[in-house]
Design a protein around this ligand. Structure first.
Ligand SMILES: [Zn+2]
Length: 610
């Protein structure tokens, strides 16, 4: 009896405090996070992307926006998902060295992470959640919100990464692999709703948009229209009506592969730096993403959800046109069957380091076969294992595009690191090196901690992050016509990102809705890691961070928010060989850092500008 009374009193107290809390704090609004993959900030105008420009004008337009370096999709996807920098999430690239053979990646130790099955394997190896942080979507789901992630394979799945795969009531994930081998299963009720709306339970492929071409054949001339039409229909015809009917707040992440996939694969400019990613096919991809956003906004309005829903639009990164030029690279002087003579082959970093360090080279993506580069072979996916034993390599190159990751997993890392740095400083395609702090202060380089890459990550930490050179090809706005060296199977004239130029760090960002100011241009720095934190604040989510590398809530963009104090800073390393110094240009709001550009003077677009 005594016990019962006490619990009754406790229940009463709880009820009254809950009603007080309700009175003080209205129920959270809904959130739609729309990610236009690879959309450059300045590529959005009223002509090129009317819906996005209108959203930015009506709400908050973040004019000082930032992708995080390395400027790739999966890393930035992890920042959006968790509000943590990559030093905590451990997603250092789209391709990372995992330290174990990944079954779903044909036993490669350098898997490409944009795969549901690969992510599942990596999770299993690292205690069920390789990010080691709860995602925003999972926290919202736990709090009883409706939640879904729809669109591009990889960054969509990572939004639900911290949820066990076999849980009965999982976050809804619809991506390229839906209904296909290795994809996340749909529950029966949702499948029936899709079919009732005239949609297949199997996502369409990219079709012609997926064709990258080769050194002789141009890539695609088609944007990713059909596949994305399916994803948009799933959102507008099924998920939003379902969320409305559920009567709970909801969070939806929509990840548009366009313009990224099209800018990579476009065949507008084979071999030539101009027009590069500014040709008609890339412009059609920007229009496609814009039309997708417009359709989702229209559905919110038609369902009467527009006034209670915040819509945040961001891009994971900017973009550049690929250059394959180098005067210094030994790899570029060899002949390959599938590479234009004189140009950098895929895997040039691995080949050049193998020669400089006199180590045998093996291909992790071809069952660790030896790579006989002197006879015109290059690593199949640009990654490489260096050392006598590919099963226990001294050096691993995880190739990514506009920057590469170098790992030194053996006991000789401290001895090897300065030699690797020296070999890289001799190459004209390098523009900036970042080295694991624990390997010592190596002249010419800055530490990983300077760019928030050293934190609580579970995955192996790269020893050296290698940024590649970029230059403007001649236009009024250099970030819109930047060409960057890239370690990729794609051709010169196609598109890539991943570098530390402002062209790749400058992403489009805007927001509108009840929690954002109206007609406000935000000139304070903002980044993808801030978006995760800001959405958690808007949704009143209770997330317990493990790592310390977090973004800030963008209060100035909210009603009544104050403009923060911003400090512009530069950090420069000691001079290494050839007199090269890694320079880092960044801004700070309190303890939060925003990395604009980095590299060697004259070799990174945006680094020397005021
Ligand atoms: Zn991309």
């Amino acid at each position: 009896m005594k016990f019962a009374l006490r619990s009754m009193l406790a229940a009463l107290a709880l009820a009254s405090s809950a009603s007080l809390a309700l009175a003080a704090e209205p129920a959270p609004h809904n959130v739609v996070l729309f990610v236009a993959d690879g959309l450059r900030a300045l590529a959005v105008t009223r002509e090129t992307a009317p819906a996005m420009a209108a959203l930015g004008s009506a709400g908050v337009w973040f004019k000082n926006s930032h992708s995080l370096f390395p400027t790739f999709t999966m890393p930035n996807g992890s920042a959006l998902a968790t509000g943590h920098y990559f030093g905590d999430t451990g997603v250092f690239g789209n391709t990372i060295y995992t330290g174990f053979p990944v079954p779903a990646a044909a036993q490669s130790v350098t898997p490409f992470l944009e795969s549901d099955a690969v992510l599942g394997d990596v999770d299993e190896h690292f205690a069920g959640n390789f990010l080691d942080e709860e995602t925003l979507l999972a926290a919202a789901h736990r709090a009883g919100f409706s939640s879904a992630a729809v669109g591009k394979l990889g960054p969509v799945a990572i939004q639900a990464e911290s949820e066990p795969r076999n849980s009965a009531e999982r976050i809804i994930v619809i991506d390229d692999q839906t209904g296909r081998k290795g994809g996340m299963p749909l529950d029966a009720a949702l499948l029936a709703e899709l079919q009732a709306a005239g949609l297949s339970g199997e996502a369409p492929t990219r079709g012609d948009n997926g064709k990258a071409g080769n050194a002789q054949t141009p890539g695609t001339a088609t944007a990713n229209v059909e596949q994305q039409r399916y994803f948009v229909a799933a959102v507008t015809k099924v998920l939003l009506p379902r969320f409305k009917a559920a009567g709970k707040p909801f969070v939806l992440v929509f990840w548009s592969r366009d313009p990224d996939g099209t800018q990579h694969n476009q065949g507008d400019s084979l071999g030539k730096l101009v027009p590069g990613i500014n040709g008609p096919t890339s412009l059609a991809a920007i229009r496609n993403a814009d039309a997708n956003l417009a359709a989702i906004m229209a559905a919110l309005q038609a369902l009467g959800l527009d006034r209670t829903t915040d819509v945040v639009v961001t891009a994971d990164h900017g973009f550049s046109t690929i250059s394959k030029q180098s005067r210094t690279s030994p790899a570029a002087k060899l002949a390959y069957a599938d590479v234009t003579p004189g140009q950098l082959p895929p895997g040039f970093v691995a080949i050049d380091l193998a020669q400089a360090l006199e180590l045998p080279l093996f291909d992790p993506d071809a069952k660790n076969a030896a790579v006989d580069y002197a006879s015109g072979k290059h690593p199949s996916r640009a990654n490489g294992l260096l050392g006598a034993d590919p099963g226990a390599p001294e050096l691993v190159v995880a190739a990514n595009g506009g920057s590469d990751l170098v790992y030194l997993p053996a006991a000789n890392a401290r001895e090897l690191a300065p030699r690797v740095v020296d070999a890289l400083l001799a190459q004209d395609y390098v523009s900036g090196l970042f080295v694991d702090d624990s390997l010592g202060d190596i002249p010419g380089t800055l530490p990983l901690s300077a760019i928030n890459l050293k934190g609580s990550a579970l995955t192996p930490l790269p020893a050296i992050v290698v940024n590649f050179r970029s230059q403007a090809t001649g236009c009024k706005t250099p970030v819109l016509c930047t060409a960057a060296v890239a370690d990729t199977g794609l051709q010169q004239g196609q598109g890539m990102h991943g570098s530390f130029s402002r062209a790749d760090t400058y992403n489009f960002m805007a927001a509108t809705g009840p929690d954002f100011r109206r007609r406000f241009i935000d000139r304070a720095p903002a980044s993808n890691v801030d978006i995760g934190m800001t959405l958690a604040a808007i949704l009143q989510l209770d997330v317990a961070p493990k790592g310390k590398l977090v973004g800030r809530v963008l209060r100035e963009a909210m009603p009544g928010g104050k403009r923060p104090k911003v400090v512009a800073k530069t950090r420069v390393s000691a001079a290494g060989s050839h007199g090269l110094r890694t320079k880092l240009k960044y801004q700070a709001v309190g303890a939060t850092k925003y990395f604009d550009a980095a590299g060697f003077a004259g070799r990174s677009v945006g680094l020397d500008a005021k």
